[in-house]
Design a binder for this molecule. Structure first.
Ligand code: XMP
Length: 510
């Protein structure tokens, strides 16, 4: 079943993915595609509505992105946001003025009643971020909101269903901004709200069944959310025709390998092969302290381990990958982002003989992937799993990786995770783990002098891992963690808390 679609044309603004997520949250499917999409392609796409995003340009810049004017006469509703609304006003004969000062931050607007301002309060706060402003509206348009510095904070031609907002309805700082988006989608575009994760699951399973038929499918499973959800969807569709390979490199967290086997092999009955190659990885890492060398050794051995297993499986027709929508957008290639997706599993396709890649999650944002995970009945510890790097604990042990250090790290990390969960902070912190710092200090435990590892706690808040801030964990929680680690974990006698943001640090220590 084909669902309704909204087309979001990307003019380069910083909140563009957020607009798309908001539209999806309102149960309407949308795609974020480059603004230079041709008018023929736009018609072919057949959207129920079009949204122009913001962008860094001024409509007067020589190279600023434009759009074919025909778009305004297709009879498809258009909502322009920030740069998008200025472009609309400019192209339809209004006046956009180059302002000498920018309006940035919260502003109070007064709304006038219309289809898109339905249910909005008379006045409310919104989030502005612009330099140019519209001073004369195109013919047929009327003012729908204004602020002290912005005579046309929102405007529209209700008959032609063309609307513009100078502020950002997609950000949380705009009070009831989602209502404006909802009004546009439902009252103006006539959305049916047919994009739900239960629909997605049912449709995707049907589609996968048709595509795969009786062929063989292979999936490299890491236990991470994306590969877990992708594999589960394929498994629901074709059962035992799917073979998953899980390489246990011995650098996983405490109980992690067992949990993966328990959930997927025992619980879901998946055909899951576990390659127990921890000893090989450790042997290869012997004497290696350089972080880049560690990563390289692990990456290469991972491919060798996978290769060995897949040779036994033989030729497969499809390879499953957990590519998600942000990967597709970032590759800048819209729907044909094959190159980037090949890299997602660390070069695996070149060692596996397969005909085609299956990417069941390539239309979904991370929060949608998680919803699908719950929809499929996966447990919370899989669906809400924090990001975990491919090289695993090896890059959380400064210096050489040894069995003894791995044990200390696993035990301390487990305590940290338990206490963070107990304090109800697990949903609020992006990533949290312990690190073996490669420095030893003197301590006293009982009546004895000790000379043991300094363990660091790393916990950060973040939206996308590109930037991060250290998490303000309450002192009493830190105290419990520290006390438990030095008392319960071997070879640890001092705990420190990493209070650096990214940048200048990174989230991981190596
Ligand atoms: P950094 O340390 O660069 O990490 O701030 C950003 C995010 O990426 C994760 N990370 C990795 N993930 N393979 C991965 O799959 C890797 O080699 C790797 N290195 C870092 C890190 O955990 C954080 O979420």
């Amino acid at each position: 079943m084909q669902h309704q679609r909204v087309l979001i044309l990307d003019f380069g603004g910083q909140y563009n993915q957020l607009i798309a997520r908001r539209v999806r949250e309102l149960n309407v499917f949308c795609d974020l595609l480059p603004s230079d999409m041709s008018i023929e392609k736009i018609k072919e796409y057949n959207p129920i509505g079009i949204i122009f995003t913001g962008g860094p340009n001024s409509v007067y810049d020589e190279n600023s992105p434009k759009i074919d004017k025909e778009i305004f006469s297709l009879g498809i509703p258009v909502l322009g946001i920030c740069y998008g609304c200025q472009l609309m006003a400019h192209m339809l004969g209004g006046t956009v003025e180059k302002a000498s000062t920018s309006e940035y931050g919260k502003a109070e607007v007064e709304y006038v009643s219309s289809h898109i301002t339905k249910d909005m309060p008379k006045t409310a706060v919104c989030w502005m971020s612009h330099t140019d402003r519209i001073t004369v509206l195109p013919e047929g348009f009327k003012m729908l909101a204004h602020s002290a510095h912005c005579p046309y904070a929102a405007f529209g031609d209700e008959e032609k269903k063309l609307y513009g907002v100078q502020f950002h309805p997609e950000v949380n700082h705009t009070f009831m901004g989602t209502t404006i988006l909802k009004n546009f989608l439902y009252s103006v575009c006539g959305a049916a709200g047919d994009w739900t994760m239960s629909n997605f699951v049912a449709n995707k399973i049907k589609e996968l069944k048709e595509k795969i038929g009786d062929k063989k499918v292979l999936c490299a499973m890491s236990g991470g959310v994306d590969s877990a959800v992708a594999a589960t969807l394929v498994h629901k569709a074709v059962g035992d025709q799917l073979v998953c390979v899980f390489v246990d490199h011995g650098l996983l967290r405490k109980y992690e390998a067992d949990e993966v086997m328990k959930v997927f092999a025992e619980g879901l009955g998946m055909n899951l092969i576990k390659a127990d190659d921890g000893a090989i990885f450790l042997e290869k890492l012997k004497g290696v302290s350089d972080p880049e060398k560690k990563r390289k050794i692990i990456g290469e051995q991972f491919i060798r381990s996978f290769e060995k297993q897949s040779k036994a499986i033989g030729k497969v027709d499809f390879l499953v990958q957990g590519t998600i929508y942000p990967d597709v957008i970032e590759s800048g290639k819209g729907k044909s982002a094959v190159i980037k997706s090949h890299h997602n599993v660390g070069g695996l396709p070149s060692v596996v003989d397969f005909k085609e890649i299956v990417e069941p999650l390539r239309d979904l944002f991370k929060d949608e992937v998680r919803k699908v995970g719950f929809e499929l009945g996966l447990p919370k510890n899989v669906v809400m799993r924090q990001p975990f790097p491919g090289p695993g604990l090896a890059i959380r042990i400064m210096g050489e990786v040894t069995e003894e250090k791995l044990e200390t790290l696993r035990d301390s990390d487990y305590i940290l995770r338990e206490e963070i969960a107990k304090a109800g902070l697990d949903d609020k912190i992006w990533q949290y783990f312990t690190v073996i710092t490669n420095s030893k200090t003197v301590g006293v435990q009982g009546d004895f002098r000790t000379y043991e590892n300094v363990i660091a706690i790393r916990a950060v808040t973040s939206l996308d891992a590109m930037t991060a801030d250290w998490a303000r964990i309450p002192y009493d929680v830190l105290e419990t963690i520290s006390t438990r680690i030095v008392n319960e974990v071997k070879h640890a006698n001092r705990i420190v808390y990493d209070i650096t943001s990214k940048p200048p640090s990174t989230i991981e220590w190596e």
